[in-house]
Design a protein around this ligand. Structure first.
Ligand SMILES: C[S@@+](CC[C@H](N)C(=O)[O-])C[C@H]1O[C@@H](n2cnc3c(N)ncnc32)[C@H](O)[C@@H]1O
Length: 836
């Protein structure tokens, strides 16, 4: 399908500016910033005066503790704010400000006094910002490393955040986090940080700041001999370290929908798996410093290809994050009037910004090095970083067809249709009919089936030897139109039947028959399972197509002779009506997980009418597929429904998955143009491992076992997925592939949908939710068990997930052992199952 060449859509980039040493924002400064094309500014909540007051309180308390080592003294209370403590006041500009909680507090500190005071500062600041009417607050980055301790303070941080979420009931909070944990960059670059004041005894350090010699430092080498770790181990980047901290925070805060991430974009991007993980999280801000850019040969700041692709991907999230330029220079004209230029004078041209020679990360660092040596070319642009982002905004690739069609549906939960029990509205049919791909595929499948039928000289069942085609579940008739077109385009006559149980849609079928189909279609208003088949007069027609179109003279003759002579019946003697077979049965009863709209059960009721030797079902088979995903936003949305709907987690939802992360992926990313989650050209995305759950095939029916009670339509699967990186599983994404006719397929499976049915939009995936998300450590496996169950009245699914790890040694000796780490609850849609 054609891409989005005519797409007029330009994404909105909300861009703010942050200066670490800003003291206050005046209306004039804000106006000036907006004149420069910024959308918002950050503001501190408290002043340096307040900061020094807290430092004094802390120092005095420590002094007192030192002078009374045996007394337990309560941590002092920070007095409430006074006018000198804060630059903020309620007023007109407040809605355009992002308030920044003091970065010098340490909510992860192992020192209880530092933690306590930090928490007090947080509470005072959030309460005052809320009072002033601030809508968004940026929380300081949780400090993950304290001396020998790593990640220990995250739960403290989380508890503090949980509490302040209840202080400001409308405020949205974003936790500042780098994309990955680099302990070397976790050092305190904030002047006057309380973290520096933490006492050595709480950091696992001796008084002089060196590591205490504890058993923790003793480790065994591969040969089992004990050795002492070197003083300072080289710091290792933990790609998922900050995500892990975020996961703890949002879990403690119960996936609060006012809690977000302010993600810092580093100059060197981590692997795709890391940026993909963040893509699934609620990103409110992307923090971009001058280091995130490299300097292009013209001396302008620019992004690498990878940074551009990352931004494109993140900015296509349903609620795209805002961009925050941090410490890229002051607002021109305010602190430095020299820099105030009109845009026409000095802004980056779009050619310069387009920069076709945009480098790879390696080239960028090379340029950076060279640039810092010689290319100190001065540029006449007071806001080059901002202008670069504005240019990027204009140059965003157009949306794919799928993105345009799905706009507004991304991550939007829909209960699956139940076309068997419910009568669909005309509008729903209209939406189906907007997808030309599905109908093109059906047309092709019917054409091929007709041609093969003719070429293989199969006997047909129509009264004059035509091939009998029945569309069952015809809706408003699009497949009937395709069947008639297939007959016309191939020149192969058919006898056309259309069966529909929705009496409202049936009115339109009748109208179509009169107005567009020339009354060529035999319409039947019935449930297909109780239909007896094409009505035949008992007149002893000869049936059977012998392979030539049009019928040969002889055959026509034989045919008319047959009316009078065969079977030994008297011609025209009235006989009770009989029913003939169907040669080609066309149905579209597929759901997002193939069989979830009960196609197997419906077809069971009509397949006995299929020509027993040559009959063809279109589709001939369909297969359901699954993969585990992280989908924190869906989890939060579903959990929020629980108070009104206790079955919320037991409902499989149709959803255009977007802000999700595939947990089990192949090593190579794809750069395909558009996928199930709506990626665009040249935006690499991980390739998920998607495994087959089960299949159904349909052809001339074998008689069902007596009293089968639909048991033959039960299915179950147990699938194992390997995971490289730690993650949280929120549920399973379900897809399907269908073979309409050999060589003509439909697919929603992200692995091959682009080859099999490019641009098809009729089905979004199905999401099976886990009530309690399952945490999975690095290098584990995940086993998915899923059942299609039935009691002959309805059909439902049951699913669960288990996580496993392989351990060495232990009580069993030195062998590898697979241990189960955890298991989810069993999800079951039994209560809301599909009625048969
Ligand atoms: C998914 S819609 C497809 C409609 C149409 N073929 C199209 O492609 O637009 C399925 C249709 O099958 C009809 N249907 C479902 N179960 C049926 C049954 N047991 N007997 C007759 N019609 C049925 C529904 O009313 C609905 O019109």
């Amino acid at each position: 399908m054609d891409s989005a060449s005519s797409d007029e859509f330009t994404p909105t980039f909300y861009i703010g500016q942050h200066e670490s040493d800003r003291v206050r924002v005046t209306p004039e400064l804000l106006r000036q910033a907006q004149d420069c094309n910024y959308d918002m500014l950050t503001t501190p909540i408290t002043t340096p005066y307040f900061h020094s007051r807290v430092l004094t309180i802390l120092s005095s308390h420590f002094e007192e503790l030192d002078s009374h080592p045996n007394r337990s003294l309560p941590v002092p209370t920070i007095p409430s704010l006074s006018p000198v403590d804060t630059p903020l006041a309620p007023g007109e500009i407040i809605s355009q400000l992002l308030a920044v909680v003091s970065p010098w507090i340490d909510l992860c500190s192992p020192d209880p006094v530092v933690y306590n005071l930090s928490r007090q500062v947080l509470e005072l600041e959030v309460a005052y910002a809320a009072f002033c009417g601030i809508g968004n607050i940026i929380l300081p980055c949780p400090k993950l490393h304290h001396g020998k301790l790593s990640g220990e303070g995250v739960t403290q941080y989380a508890c503090a955040v949980q509490d302040v979420l209840n202080v400001g009931h409308y405020i949205q909070m974003s936790v500042s986090l780098p994309m990955m944990d680099n302990p070397e960059q976790d050092s305190d670059n904030v002047i006057g940080s309380l973290a520096e004041r933490a006492r050595a005894q709480y950091l696992g350090l001796s008084e002089d700041g060196s590591y205490k010699n504890s058993m923790d430092e003793l480790e065994e080498d591969d040969l089992g001999s004990t050795f002492v770790l070197p003083r300072k181990k080289p710091a290792k980047v933990d790609f998922f370290g900050t995500w892990d901290a975020w996961n703890v925070i949002r879990t403690v805060c119960k996936y609060n929908n006012r809690l977000f991430v302010a993600l810092s974009i580093p100059p060197h991007l981590p692997p795709l798996s890391v940026s993909s993980r963040w893509h699934s999280e609620p990103l409110r801000l992307l923090c971009i410093t001058s280091e995130t850019f490299f300097k292009n040969p013209g001396g302008y700041p620019a992004f690498t290809h990878n940074h551009q692709a990352l931004l494109t991907r993140y900015m296509r999230i349903r609620n795209p994050p805002w961009l925050l330029l941090c410490d890229v220079g002051p607002i021109p004209g305010f602190d430095d009037p020299e820099t105030l230029l009109s845009p026409a004078e000095g802004f980056l041209t779009s050619n310069e910004a387009a920069d076709p020679s945009s480098p790879t990360p390696a080239e960028a660092s090379e340029l950076q090095r060279k640039g810092s040596k010689k290319s100190n070319k001065t540029i006449n642009d007071p806001t080059p970083h901002l202008n670069y982002l504005r240019n990027l905004q204009r140059r965003q690739p157009p949306r794919t067809m799928l993105e345009r069609f799905g706009a507004g549906y991304q991550d939007y939960l829909q209960a699956p249709l139940q076309p068997l029990t419910d009568n669909l509205e005309s509008y729903t049919y209209e939406v189906f009919e907007k997808d030309p791909i599905k109908y093109d595929k059906y047309l092709l499948a019917i054409q091929r089936a007709l041609i093969d039928w003719r070429d293989q000289c199969k006997r047909a069942s129509g009264p004059s030897g035509q091939i009998v085609v029945a569309v069952v579940g015809a809706g408003r008739g699009p497949l009937v139109t395709r069947a008639l077109q297939a007959s016309e385009s191939t020149g192969i006559p058919i006898e056309m039947w259309a069966i529909e149980k929705n009496q409202n849609a049936f009115v339109l079928l009748q109208r179509h028959n009169e107005e567009t189909w020339g009354n060529r279609v035999n319409l039947v208003k019935s449930d297909m399972r109780s239909w007896k088949g094409p009505l035949r007069q008992a007149a002893p027609y000869r049936t059977g197509y012998t392979g030539q179109w049009p019928l040969s003279c002889n055959e026509e003759e034989e045919s008319s002779n047959a009316n009078t002579a065969s079977n030994g019946l008297e011609p025209f003697e009235p006989q009770p009506p009989t029913h003939g077979p169907i040669d080609i049965l066309v149905s579209e009863l597929l759901g997002s997980f193939a069989d979830n709209e009960l196609s197997p059960e419906c077809l069971d009721g009509i397949l006995p009418l299929l020509n027993p030797t040559h009959g063809i079902s279109i589709p001939s088979s369909y297969t359901a597929y699954l993969t585990p995903i992280a989908a924190p936003k869906l989890h939060a949305d579903i959990s929020a429904r629980l108070s009104n709907d206790p079955e919320a987690h037991n409902t499989p939802y149709v959803v255009m998955l977007h802000a999700i992360d595939y947990l089990s992926t192949a090593s190579r990313p794809s750069t395909s143009r558009s996928t199930a989650s709506g990626k665009s050209e040249s935006v690499p995305s991980p390739v998920p491992n998607i495994l087959q759950a089960w299949s159904f095939s349909h052809g001339p029916a074998e008689p069902l076992p007596a009293g089968s009670a639909n048991k033959h339509n039960e299915r179950h699967a147990r699938l194992t997925f390997n995971l490289r990186d730690r993650a949280v599983c929120h549920g399973l994404a379900g897809y399907f592939e269908a073979v309409l006719y050999p060589g003509v397929e439909l697919s929603t499976n992200p692995i091959n949908m682009e080859e099999k049915s490019p641009g098809m939009m009729s089905w979004f995936p199905l999401f099976f939710s886990l009530k309690i998300p399952l945490y999975i450590p690095d290098a584990s496996t995940l086993t998915v068990s899923i059942f299609r169950a039935t009691d002959n009245r309805k059909v439902w699914y049951e699913w669960m997930v288990e996580s496993w790890s392989t351990l060495m040694g232990g009580t069993g000796g030195g062998e590898k052992r697979r241990v189960r780490l955890g298991a989810s609850e069993v999800g079951s849609s039994k209560n809301g199952g599909c009625m048969m």
